[in-house]
Ligand binder design. Structure first.
Ligand SMILES: C[S@@+](CC[C@H](N)C(=O)[O-])C[C@H]1O[C@@H](n2cnc3c(N)ncnc32)[C@H](O)[C@@H]1O
Length: 169
Protein backbone atom coordinates (compact mmCIF):
# COMPACT_ATOMS: atom_id res chain seq x y z
CA UNK A 1 0.00 0.00 0.00
CA UNK A 2 2.57 2.56 1.11
CA UNK A 3 4.79 1.97 -1.93
CA UNK A 4 2.08 3.50 -4.16
CA UNK A 5 1.81 6.64 -2.03
CA UNK A 6 3.89 9.56 -3.28
CA UNK A 7 5.44 11.13 -0.17
CA UNK A 8 4.94 14.85 0.31
CA UNK A 9 8.47 15.25 1.64
CA UNK A 10 11.75 13.97 0.17
CA UNK A 11 14.37 12.17 2.25
CA UNK A 12 16.85 14.76 3.48
CA UNK A 13 18.68 13.69 6.64
CA UNK A 14 19.11 15.96 9.65
CA UNK A 15 22.86 16.25 10.42
CA UNK A 16 23.68 14.20 13.52
CA UNK A 17 24.76 17.17 15.63
CA UNK A 18 21.49 18.89 14.81
CA UNK A 19 19.63 15.74 15.93
CA UNK A 20 21.57 15.84 19.24
CA UNK A 21 20.68 19.48 19.73
CA UNK A 22 17.00 18.80 18.94
CA UNK A 23 16.81 16.01 21.52
CA UNK A 24 18.69 18.08 24.13
CA UNK A 25 16.35 21.02 23.63
CA UNK A 26 13.34 18.69 23.91
CA UNK A 27 14.86 17.42 27.20
CA UNK A 28 14.42 13.80 26.12
CA UNK A 29 14.90 11.62 29.20
CA UNK A 30 15.79 7.95 29.69
CA UNK A 31 12.78 5.64 29.17
CA UNK A 32 10.71 8.31 27.46
CA UNK A 33 8.97 7.37 24.22
CA UNK A 34 10.42 9.10 21.18
CA UNK A 35 8.56 9.13 17.86
CA UNK A 36 10.07 10.36 14.59
CA UNK A 37 7.38 10.89 11.97
CA UNK A 38 9.08 10.39 8.61
CA UNK A 39 12.10 8.59 10.04
CA UNK A 40 14.40 8.66 6.98
CA UNK A 41 17.47 6.51 7.69
CA UNK A 42 16.61 6.19 11.40
CA UNK A 43 19.36 8.45 12.76
CA UNK A 44 17.02 10.29 15.16
CA UNK A 45 15.88 6.98 16.65
CA UNK A 46 19.40 5.61 16.97
CA UNK A 47 20.76 8.73 18.66
CA UNK A 48 17.67 8.81 20.90
CA UNK A 49 18.22 5.22 21.99
CA UNK A 50 22.01 5.08 22.27
CA UNK A 51 22.82 8.56 23.61
CA UNK A 52 19.65 9.57 25.46
CA UNK A 53 18.47 6.06 26.51
CA UNK A 54 14.96 6.85 25.32
CA UNK A 55 12.77 3.77 25.01
CA UNK A 56 11.01 2.89 22.87
CA UNK A 57 12.19 4.93 19.91
CA UNK A 58 9.61 4.51 17.16
CA UNK A 59 9.95 5.66 13.58
CA UNK A 60 7.24 5.78 10.95
CA UNK A 61 8.58 5.80 7.41
CA UNK A 62 6.71 5.37 4.17
CA UNK A 63 9.60 4.46 1.83
CA UNK A 64 10.33 0.75 1.89
CA UNK A 65 14.02 1.12 0.99
CA UNK A 66 14.57 3.39 4.01
CA UNK A 67 12.63 1.01 6.26
CA UNK A 68 14.95 -1.76 5.09
CA UNK A 69 18.02 0.37 5.91
CA UNK A 70 16.71 1.07 9.41
CA UNK A 71 15.91 -2.59 10.04
CA UNK A 72 19.48 -3.49 9.08
CA UNK A 73 20.87 -0.85 11.45
CA UNK A 74 18.66 -2.08 14.32
CA UNK A 75 19.95 -5.60 13.82
CA UNK A 76 23.60 -4.60 13.42
CA UNK A 77 23.54 -2.35 16.50
CA UNK A 78 21.56 -4.81 18.65
CA UNK A 79 18.82 -2.25 19.18
CA UNK A 80 15.94 -4.69 18.92
CA UNK A 81 13.36 -3.79 21.57
CA UNK A 82 14.75 -0.25 21.84
CA UNK A 83 14.22 1.02 18.29
CA UNK A 84 11.28 0.03 16.12
CA UNK A 85 10.47 1.07 12.58
CA UNK A 86 6.98 0.95 11.19
CA UNK A 87 6.48 1.07 7.46
CA UNK A 88 3.43 3.21 7.01
CA UNK A 89 1.81 6.58 6.78
CA UNK A 90 2.64 8.93 9.66
CA UNK A 91 -0.91 10.34 9.63
CA UNK A 92 -2.11 6.95 10.89
CA UNK A 93 0.30 6.29 13.78
CA UNK A 94 -1.28 6.93 17.23
CA UNK A 95 0.62 9.43 19.35
CA UNK A 96 -1.25 9.23 22.67
CA UNK A 97 1.70 7.88 24.70
CA UNK A 98 4.54 9.74 22.94
CA UNK A 99 6.75 11.96 25.12
CA UNK A 100 8.76 13.57 22.32
CA UNK A 101 7.85 13.79 18.63
CA UNK A 102 10.45 14.92 16.10
CA UNK A 103 9.58 16.32 12.67
CA UNK A 104 11.70 17.31 9.71
CA UNK A 105 8.95 17.84 7.19
CA UNK A 106 7.59 21.03 5.60
CA UNK A 107 5.50 23.81 7.10
CA UNK A 108 2.54 22.73 4.93
CA UNK A 109 2.88 19.14 6.15
CA UNK A 110 3.25 20.27 9.79
CA UNK A 111 0.01 22.18 9.31
CA UNK A 112 -1.71 19.00 8.11
CA UNK A 113 -0.38 17.04 11.10
CA UNK A 114 -1.33 19.74 13.60
CA UNK A 115 -4.93 18.64 14.35
CA UNK A 116 -3.71 15.08 14.99
CA UNK A 117 -0.97 16.29 17.36
CA UNK A 118 -3.42 18.54 19.21
CA UNK A 119 -5.96 15.76 19.51
CA UNK A 120 -3.65 12.92 20.54
CA UNK A 121 -0.61 14.23 22.42
CA UNK A 122 -0.72 14.30 26.21
CA UNK A 123 0.02 17.39 28.30
CA UNK A 124 3.76 17.90 28.67
CA UNK A 125 4.67 16.07 25.45
CA UNK A 126 7.21 17.95 23.38
CA UNK A 127 7.24 18.44 19.62
CA UNK A 128 10.56 19.44 18.11
CA UNK A 129 10.80 20.51 14.51
CA UNK A 130 13.81 21.06 12.29
CA UNK A 131 13.75 24.15 10.04
CA UNK A 132 9.97 24.26 9.58
CA UNK A 133 7.76 25.61 12.32
CA UNK A 134 4.30 24.49 13.36
CA UNK A 135 2.12 27.26 11.99
CA UNK A 136 0.19 29.06 14.72
CA UNK A 137 1.84 27.38 17.71
CA UNK A 138 4.05 29.32 20.10
CA UNK A 139 7.46 27.63 20.51
CA UNK A 140 8.92 27.73 24.01
CA UNK A 141 12.43 27.42 22.61
CA UNK A 142 13.90 28.43 19.25
CA UNK A 143 17.59 27.85 18.54
CA UNK A 144 19.91 28.00 15.61
CA UNK A 145 22.85 25.71 15.02
CA UNK A 146 25.42 25.93 12.27
CA UNK A 147 26.26 22.57 10.70
CA UNK A 148 27.15 21.14 7.28
CA UNK A 149 27.49 24.56 5.67
CA UNK A 150 24.31 26.22 6.82
CA UNK A 151 22.25 27.38 9.78
CA UNK A 152 19.53 25.02 10.99
CA UNK A 153 16.61 26.30 13.00
CA UNK A 154 15.07 24.21 15.78
CA UNK A 155 11.63 24.88 17.28
CA UNK A 156 10.44 23.20 20.49
CA UNK A 157 6.80 23.14 21.57
CA UNK A 158 5.24 21.72 24.72
CA UNK A 159 1.66 20.48 24.91
CA UNK A 160 -0.23 22.64 27.40
CA UNK A 161 -2.06 21.24 30.45
CA UNK A 162 -5.40 21.86 28.80
CA UNK A 163 -6.11 21.72 25.12
CA UNK A 164 -7.25 25.30 25.04
CA UNK A 165 -5.58 28.11 23.17
CA UNK A 166 -2.50 28.58 25.41
CA UNK A 167 -0.42 27.52 22.54
CA UNK A 168 -1.43 29.90 19.85
CA UNK A 169 0.42 33.05 18.88
C1 LIG B 1 13.23 15.32 5.42
S1 LIG B 1 13.19 13.56 5.73
C2 LIG B 1 13.60 13.52 7.46
C3 LIG B 1 14.23 12.22 7.90
C4 LIG B 1 14.57 12.14 9.40
N1 LIG B 1 13.43 12.43 10.24
C5 LIG B 1 15.67 13.09 9.74
O1 LIG B 1 15.39 14.14 10.37
O2 LIG B 1 16.84 12.79 9.38
C6 LIG B 1 11.43 13.25 5.70
C7 LIG B 1 11.06 11.79 5.65
O3 LIG B 1 9.63 11.67 5.76
C8 LIG B 1 9.21 10.57 4.97
N2 LIG B 1 7.77 10.74 4.72
C9 LIG B 1 7.18 11.66 3.93
N3 LIG B 1 5.83 11.55 3.97
C10 LIG B 1 5.57 10.53 4.84
C11 LIG B 1 4.37 9.94 5.33
N4 LIG B 1 3.17 10.38 4.95
N5 LIG B 1 4.47 8.93 6.24
C12 LIG B 1 5.68 8.47 6.64
N6 LIG B 1 6.86 8.98 6.19
C13 LIG B 1 6.81 10.01 5.32
C14 LIG B 1 10.09 10.67 3.74
O4 LIG B 1 10.13 9.43 3.06
C15 LIG B 1 11.42 11.07 4.35
O5 LIG B 1 12.23 9.96 4.65
Amino acid sequence: MTDNYIPEVPFVPTPENVVRKMLQLAELKPKEKLVDLGAGDGRVLIIGATEFKAMPCIGVEIRSELVKTIKEKIKKMNLDGYVEIIQGNMYEYPLTDADVVTLYLLTSVNEKLKPKLERELKAGARVVTHDFEMPGWMPYKVEEIYDSGRTHKIYVYKMPPTKKSLFYK
